[in-house]
Design a protein around this ligand. Structure first.
Ligand code: IPM
Ligand code: MG
Length: 369
């Protein structure tokens, strides 16, 4: 990771599979405009990842890609996976062999997944219009390098003529404390409320989680903390998403709840995400930025995918890894402006608005900056 003293940055661009390359092209287009306007210099290193890397280099995360990421200030990630690689052994598949190792390698423990339902797009939410009226804005903060995903031991064995599988859920206090701090700090910049998710009525991990989050809250007296069991949280999200500001959850619970949150916004193609490492100095930290949506193989290559999630991921990158709130805000404002002007990709289109493809949406946002 180069020490970024001036506004000259290196970004590893990992477009990946499915719609990844098409939406990435639009993110780069928008970055081109915004960096010029705000005098930011970025050098891009395009690298293979996922299925595309399996085809080209024989594995989902080639050495050269990892090296380029190590040399960069941030990773701008598209999406990986697809039907073509689904028959490979589990641990060679793009998701397991690229995404999870990248998270672990760079200790990207803090996953920010904003779930925003814009007032203009409430019709796209599957929830009752009365529930989502006026839109909502929930930030899911998911712990990303601990818990069941990475806990050891982890294996499948045979005994007495049948197989059994073991995954280990383990959290250290320090892991809980650092993700809780991320949630409280985020809440400070928005609705000043954190809802911590656990299963303290069953799991030891839940008891520890609740105790450490509560302790951490003492450093943030301006933020209101409440706790929910994960099953109740899943229910509350569809009953009344507006009650939430920031939710913080361990890895697996956050995986599940963030998909639910994305679904109820009605616009998966609009949601970015950031996976951050420890803050090293000042406002900048290494991170990987990717759309929440995935590869969407059913529409890949048709030029109709919504590029907004990728474009907003680039905005998050400017904010968290490059320390350029000004440029990040400009992209976000341009996206809102274009939505307000009535332009829509197919996923969010309704009668009375103008349907456009991936490139036209990217162009419009670039122009609005
Ligand atoms: C996500 C995905 C990944 C996860 C998969 C693809 C391994 O669902 O980023 O939420 O479970 O973390
Ligand atoms: Mg998931």
């Amino acid at each position: 990771m180069p020490a970024a003293m001036s506004d000259k940055f290196q970004v590893a661009v990992l477009a990946g599979d499915g719609i990844g390359p098409e939406v990435m092209a639009e993110a780069l287009r928008v970055l081109g405009v915004v960096t010029q306007k705000f005098s930011i210099s970025i050098q891009y290193a395009a690298c293979h990842v996922g299925g595309a890397a399996i085809d080209a280099d024989g594995k989902a995360l080639p050495e050269a890609t990892l090296k380029a990421c190590e040399a960069a200030d941030a990773i701008l990630f598209g999406s990986v996976g697809g039907p073509k690689w689904e028959s490979l052994p589990a641990n060679e598949q793009p998701e397991r062999a690229a995404l999870l190792p990248l998270r672990k390698h760079f200790s990207l423990f803090a996953n920010l997944r904003p779930g925003v339902c814009l007032p203009e797009l409430v019709h796209a939410s599957p929830l009752h219009p009365k529930i989502v009226e006026g839109g909502f804005d929930v930030l899911c903060v998911r712990e990303l390098t601990g818990g069941l995903y990475f806990g050891e031991p982890k294996y499948t064995k045979q005994e007495g003529g049948e197989s059994f599988a073991v995954d280990t859920m383990i959290y250290w206090e320090s892991e809980i404390r650092r993700i809780a701090r991320v949630a409280f700090e985020a809440a400070r910049t928005r609705g000043k409320k954190v809802t911590s998710i656990d299963k303290a009525n069953v799991l030891q991990n839940g008891l520890l989680w609740r105790r450490i989050v509560t302790e951490t809250a003492a450093d943030f007296p301006d933020v209101v903390l409440n706790h929910l069991y994960v099953d109740n949280a899943a229910m509350q999200l569809v009953r009344n998403p507006k009650q939430f500001d920031v939710i913080v959850a361990e890895n697996m619970f956050g995986d599940i709840l963030s998909d639910e949150l994305a679904m109820i916004t009605g616009s998966l193609g609009m949601l970015p995400s950031a996976s951050l490492g420890e803050a090293t100095g000042g406002a900048r930290r290494f991170g990987m930025y990717e759309p929440s949506g995935g590869t969407a193989p059913d529409i890949a290559g048709q030029g109709i995918a919504n590029p907004i999630a990728q474009i907003l991921s680039a905005a998050m990158m400017l904010r968290y890894s490059l320390g350029r709130e000004d440029a990040a805000g400009a992209i976000e404002a341009a996206v809102r402006k274009v939505i307000a002007s009535g332009l829509r990709t197919g996923d969010i289109w309704t009668e009375g608005t103008t349907k456009v493809g991936t490139a036209a949406m990217g162009e419009a946002i670039a122009k609005a900056i």
